[in-house]
Design a protein around this ligand. Structure first.
Ligand code: CA2
Length: 147
C-alpha cells in the first residue's frame, strides 16, 4: 500500500453539522471521515484524518507529513485567509496539496477570497460540500496501473 494521504482540518471544523447547515451542510466531521475511509478502502490508499483548532499543531502535522505522507488534503478553515505559518510549512514539505472548502468562499465575504494556501496547492475545491473531500482524495490517489 502507498504512503498515507493526510487529511487536515482547521479551527471549528470539529463543530460541523451543529450550526449553519445552509453554509456548511449537515454532515459532521465524523461523517466526512467515514465517507473518506470507505472511498480510501476502495481506492486502496491509507488516509489519516485530523482536526485542530491550533495553528502550531497544524504546522507540526504538516512538518511530520514530510516523511510519512504522499499528499495532503487541507481545509485550514479561517487560517486559510490568515496563516503564513501554514503556507510556509506547506511550501517546505513539498508534498502535493489539495485545498478544500465546504462553502464557495468566492460567494462570501471579500476577506474569504484571499487564500495563502492556493498558490502552493496543486488544486482547489470549494463549494461542493463534503463531496469536495472525496474529489480531493480521487485527485491524490495513485492511478491504477493498466497491467
Ligand atoms: O468553507 C469552508 O470549508 C471554510 O474553510 C470553513 C471555515 C471558514 O472560515 C472558511 O472561510 C471556509 C469556517 C469553519 C467553521 O466551521 C463551522 C462549523 C460548524 C458550524 C459553523 C461553522
Amino acid at each position: 500500500m502507498a504512503a498515507t494521504i493526510l487529511v487536515l482540518n482547521g479551527p471549528n471544523l470539529n463543530l460541523l453539522g451543529e450550526r449553519e447547515p445552509e453554509i456548511y451542510g449537515r454532515e459532521t466531521l465524523r461523517d466526512i471521515e467515514a465517507a473518506l475511509q470507505a472511498r480510501a478502502a476502495e481506492l486502496g490508499v491509507a488516509i489519516a484524518v485530523r482536526q485542530s483548532n491550533h495553528e502550531g499543531e497544524l504546522v507540526d502535522w504538516i512538518q511530520e507529513a514530510r516523511g510519512t505522507a504522499s499528499g495532503i488534503i487541507l481545509n485550514a478553515g479561517a487560517y486559510t485567509h490568515t496563516s503564513l505559518a501554514i503556507a510556509d510549512a506547506l511550501r517546505l514539505c513539498s508534498l502535493p496539496v489539495i485545498e478544500v472548502h465546504l462553502s464557495n468562499v468566492f460567494r462570501r465575504e471579500p476577506f474569504r477570497h484571499r487564500s495563502f494556501i492556493s498558490p502552493i496547492a496543486r488544486g482547489v475545491i470549494c463549494g461542493l460540500g463534503a463531496r469536495g473531500y472525496l474529489f480531493a482524495l480521487e485527485a491524490l490517489a495513485p492511478r491504477p496501473s493498466r497491467e
